[in-house]
Design a protein around this ligand. Structure first.
Ligand SMILES: [Zn+2]
Length: 488
């Protein structure tokens, strides 16, 4: 018999957690040797929270990449993890199908690396270094500490609900600037680097690989900023979750000196053969952002956003935002009753909006559609919200939600109109001509950097992109070495 009932939900959960917190007290962390307030998040709790957060990560980023590359990442991850403290953690490694260079850990031993990061790394040791750094965050319980402060509350904030209104638009607007996982502190980063270099060396890898990868990241970030224009933020990448300071590369290099002895491998050739053929940038399944245009060859539609908008391609919606506070969201909706666009908009999608009485029929590139506008707020500012439901097939709709600041003027309104009317089906030849880019490897045979870089499938900055992708610094190619290039 259980003497006391143990409710698992509601307020009780927090009271129980609070009691554990009081009883927990301090203990010595085996990785860092520091006194830590372990009661904040007991290991068992970490595992169950991790499992539910993992599901949110999957919902946010879509299905993980499987197959040889995922097995390889897991194999290297387990190898690095086996030489670390905290035997209570079962490590699990996943490859996120995202072009963004990123890696992160959540409580419970879940570690994620993106295919964007895999494309940038130049050796198994560099990838292992990223993993070792993430394991360092886990062994030092940084994630658990952040979790205790409720930082992950916004994870997976895919907030589009059926009754989309101003609040949802406001929440989505935040996704761009204040992303799911907040950054670690500078002190936590330094500690994870220190642990990471130690774990890297323990696993038999060249400890300099940590600094090597940080150097590539730094170069990539600077190039991205240069290409996007100095005024643009770098967006959401590894450095927004793991802040870099000027001395982080230097510090990682200095740490490596402590682990100088012994045979250290980097497995560059093995690694480059594993990532040969990896998708680079947007994938066919996700559709492609090309400048101000978005193409989804698999689903067969395209549309354009005005100049000055940056498109963010999420698994469940596209979000484009401009500096003046205008927001464009495109997603898909279903109607099981097969209603026409006007009835779908008023009776289903926007049924909770009183102003949807003003909805009207329109035709967009031959497709029946309906639109309505109402006043709302986004990020606390008054906006006009324009919604458009375009019937793609019976019962299937593409849906625009646009927020325009009240004071934005007629040009902004015109821009949104143009966006709406740019939505159309792709032609067969268009569908056949837009492809995902791939990382391909080749062995240098006396060519110059410029000759090798000419193969890069980008309209501009070919040589700089090639140099950053291969971590060349100011150096040229060495004959007989394997390098990466991005081609169609
Ligand atoms: Zn970090």
């Amino acid at each position: 018999m259980v003497p006391v009932s143990s409710p698992k939900t509601g307020l009780w959960k927090y009271l129980i957690l609070g009691a554990a917190l009081l009883l927990g007290g301090c203990s010595t962390n085996p990785a860092t040797g520091e006194q830590q307030f372990t009661g904040l998040l007991p290991a068992g709790q970490e595992a169950s929270i991790g499992a539910s957060e993992h599901e949110k990560v999957r919902q946010t980023y879509g299905e993980f990449i499987t197959g040889p590359i995922a097995e390889y990442v897991n194999r290297i991850g387990q190898k690095v993890a086996s030489g670390t403290e905290r035997s209570d953690v079962q490590y699990k490694f996943y490859v996120i199908d995202s072009p963004i260079v990123n890696a992160f850990a959540i409580p419970g031993g879940y570690i994620y690396v993106s295919r964007g990061l895999l494309a940038l790394a130049n050796s198994e040791a560099e990838m292992a270094g990223v993993i070792a750094h993430e394991i360092g965050h886990i062994t030092a319980r940084h994630a658990a500490e952040r979790m205790s402060h409720g930082v992950l509350a916004g994870l997976g904030a895919a907030v589009l609900s059926a009754a989309t209104g101003s609040s949802a638009v406001g929440q989505i607007a935040n996704v761009g600037s204040d992303l799911y996982i907040k950054s670690y502190s500078r002190g936590q980063e330094t500690q994870a680097d220190e642990l990471g270099v130690r774990y890297l060396a323990t696993a038999g890898y060249d400890p300099n690989a940590m600094a090597g990868f940080l150097k590539s990241l730094d170069a990539q970030t600077k190039l991205d900023q240069k290409i996007a224009g100095a005024s643009e933020g770098a967006g959401f990448n590894y450095f927004s979750t793991h802040p870099v300071t000027g001395d982080r590369v230097t510090h990682a290099s200095a740490l490596a000196v402590n682990y100088g002895g012994g045979a250290k491998v980097d497995n560059r050739d093995v690694y480059l053969s594993m990532i040969n053929g990896l998708t680079y940038g947007d994938s066919e399944a996700q559709g492609f952002v090309r400048g101000n245009n978005f193409y989804h060859p698999k689903m067969g539609f395209t549309f354009s956003v005005p100049q000055g908008f940056e498109i963010q391609n999420n698994p469940n919606e596209l979000i484009a935002a401009s500096k003046d506070g205008s927001i464009i969201i495109l997603d898909a909706g279903r109607d099981d009753q097969g209603r026409d666009p006007l009835r779908y908009l008023t009776e289903n999608w926007m049924k909770n909006k009183p102003s949807s009485a003003q909805a009207e029929n329109v035709t967009i590139n031959g497709m029946p559609a309906a639109t309505a506008a109402f006043a709302g707020t986004a990020n606390g500012a008054p906006v006009i919200i324009r919604v458009v439901a375009i019937q793609w097939k019976p019962g299937q709709f593409f849906r625009f939600q646009m927020a325009i600041p009240q004071n934005a003027g007629t040009a902004a309104v015109e821009n949104m109109k143009r966006t709406t009317y740019s939505f159309r089906a792709m032609t067969e030849s268009e569908r056949a001509s837009v492809h995902a880019l791939k990382v391909r490897t080749f062995t240098a045979a006396g060519e110059s950097l410029a000759q090798a870089a000419a193969r890069m499938a980008f309209p501009t900055h070919k040589e700089e992109r090639f140099a950053v992708l291969n971590g060349l610094g100011g150096n040229g190619l060495t004959s007989g070495q394997i390098y990466k290039v991005v081609t169609e």
